[in-house]
Design a protein around this ligand. Structure first.
Ligand SMILES: *[C@@H]1O[C@H](CO)[C@@H](O)[C@H](O)[C@H]1NC(C)=O
Ligand SMILES: *[C@@H]1O[C@H](CO)[C@@H](O)[C@H](O)[C@H]1NC(C)=O
Ligand SMILES: *[C@@H]1O[C@H](CO)[C@@H](O)[C@H](O)[C@H]1NC(C)=O
Length: 491
């Protein structure tokens, strides 16, 4: 059906005038499981239609952004001001990886993050065995390469103990064309690692094969056989543009803003329904509720962050680029990342800032007293988008239901689908979030101003250092939480 623009506008004008006063009970009642589920169904569909994910730099992220934008602008535009904040980040992806043995047949092999590419046709070269050192790590110290001439060769190295990037750096210095690395534990169920963006340009390509296969080749080389192997890595690293989406209530004091954030991107491995479709869906429903009401004393600003999975990139970009006087207006930040884990705990963040407790209290009280959930107050970690806000001293809180086994065994995996949600947990958390946001929309009484002495992150060098420090902590945190194939470790 085609509706003329004019009648559509008239329809919205009539149906969208907010006449009712905002209350906590009304927004809580507006949050419904079926609507939270419907949003997630769309995000899963978007992933399915775009290669299985909604990751930074790939079409599924753009489609997710379009989905939220359509809600914010086409449906809620009368009540919300929406803008897109573009930023750039280094995208990395291995499109193809192949290791063939001396018999010319492909063997099981996986890639590493930031794996440099071989020539398109791959490299076929003599295989050079290297000594194993399971104490210090194999071939990760310069002295372990003394007298090794790897010129024009593929080097066979055992994994373990030290950073893989160190092995690849030294292999490059020794003239190698690439490295065939074999795992240090038997079997094929091994995880990847990151070579890190910081090492771009300093490494040789690598393929990671099973221990059984690598040690068999090593034994043959030690026995004096001459073997060759084939390595093909088709990978890209390039700057790609991505976006944060920000939408705020037209009503409310622009000098006193309550922010709610969730990341809209996911990992490349799966559709990202709990991580963080859950938080993204909750924000959409809260926005859909708020647009019905008037009486906002303070503005409410919703943020869907981009490139969180690449190191909190979007939210850090936002907080770093917020002018001092704009940062002062952000009175509270709530973070909602993974709030529907299938075997949830109910963490309510409360950090060092005395203001945090004022946002944590309504979340905690609603969850424990009304929803009957075992809520617990917990300090902030380092692995979600609150980091930028803590850095600039904004009082903050948020919710988290757990990543990795036992709370979310599908963390960062293909199985993070609609089946990976505890609907009661997600609904309770979204209702708690709606109430807490409404409370602050009505009054920020008692909430202290931003603590400007928290960290000095304003100098350019300091900013970069801070970013790299957090990025490193983020990698570690991810490693610690991760349960399966997408470890962000470096060893
Ligand atoms: C992103 O990079 C492109 C190409 O280099 C550039 O034109 C654009 O201005 C950059 N965008 C931002 C937000 O820095
Ligand atoms: C601000 O943060 C700093 C560093 O964490 C702390 O020492 C100071 O007491 C805080 N100030 C206020 C007013 O909370
Ligand atoms: C990760 O775990 C290691 C070892 O338990 C610990 O030393 C480190 O502080 C943890 N890192 C984070 C960011 O939690």
């Amino acid at each position: 059906m085609k509706v003329s623009t004019l009648s559509l506008a008239a329809f919205f004008a009539v149906s969208c005038i907010a006449t009712e006063e905002l209350t906590l009970d009304k927004v809580e009642a507006d949050i419904k499981t079926e609507n939270l589920r419907n949003n997630l169904w769309h995000l899963q569909r978007i992933a399915k239609e775009n290669g299985g994910n909604r990751a930074f730099g790939l079409p599924g992220y753009k489609a997710s952004l379009d989905f939220v934008y359509e809600r914010a602008v086409a449906r809620f535009g009368k009540h919300m001001d929406t803008w897109i904040q573009p930023f750039n980040h280094t995208f990395e992806q291995t499109r193809k990886l192949e290791v063939k043995g001396p018999d010319g047949k492909p063997v099981h092999a996986i890639t590493l993050l930031y794996n440099p590419a071989t020539p398109l046709e791959g490299v076929t070269a003599p295989l050079l065995n290297t000594p194993v050192d399971d104490t210090l790590g194999s071939m990760c110290l310069p002295e372990q390469w003394t007298g090794v001439d790897a010129t024009g060769k593929l080097v066979l190295i055992k994994r373990g103990v030290c950073a893989i990037a160190d092995k690849l750096k030294l292999a490059r210095k020794a003239g190698a064309l690439g490295v065939v690395m074999y795992h240090n534990i038997p079997g094929t169920d091994y995880g990847s690692a990151t070579l890190s963006a910081a090492n771009i340009g300093q490494l040789v390509p690598v393929g990671l094969i099973p221990l059984e296969i690598g040690s068999a080749w090593a034994a043959r080389l030690v026995a004096g056989e001459k073997l060759s192997a084939h390595l093909l890595v088709d990978s890209v690293f390039e700057t790609r543009e991505t976006w944060n989406l920000i939408s705020e209530t037209k009503e409310g004091d622009p000098n006193n803003v309550v922010m709610l954030g969730a990341h809209l991107d996911g990992v490349q491995a799966g559709p990202g329904i709990n991580d963080d479709g859950s938080g993204s869906s909750a924000l959409l429903e809260i926005m859909g509720s708020f647009k019905k009401y008037k009486g906002f004393k303070n503005k409410v600003r919703f943020a869907w962050w981009g490139a969180e999975e690449s190191g909190l990139v979007g939210s850090l970009y936002y907080t770093k680029n917020l002018p001092e006087e704009e940062a002062d207006k952000v009175r509270f930040y709530f973070n909602y990342d993974m709030i529907g884990s299938p075997f949830p705990f109910f963490r309510v963040y409360q950090g060092q800032n005395p203001g945090d407790a004022l946002g944590a209290a309504p979340l905690y009280e609603y969850l424990s007293e009304t929803a009957g959930k075992p809520a617990e107050l917990a300090p902030f970690g380092t692995s979600s988008d609150y980091v930028g806000f803590l850095n600039i001293g904004v009082p903050s809180s948020g919710l988290f239901t757990g990543a990795g086994a036992p709370t979310d065994p599908c963390y960062h995996l293909k199985c993070d689908t609609l089946e990976n949600i505890d609907w009661s947990a997600l609904t309770a958390n979204a209702k708690a979030a709606a109430r807490a946001a409404a409370k602050f929309a009505l009054s920020l009484e008692g909430v202290p101003p931003r603590n400007k002495t928290t960290v000095n992150v304003r100098g350019r060098a300091a900013l970069l250092g801070q970013f790299q420090r957090w990025a490193k902590i983020e990698d570690e945190a991810e490693h610690n939480h991760s349960c399966a194939h997408k470890h962000q470790n470096v060893v």
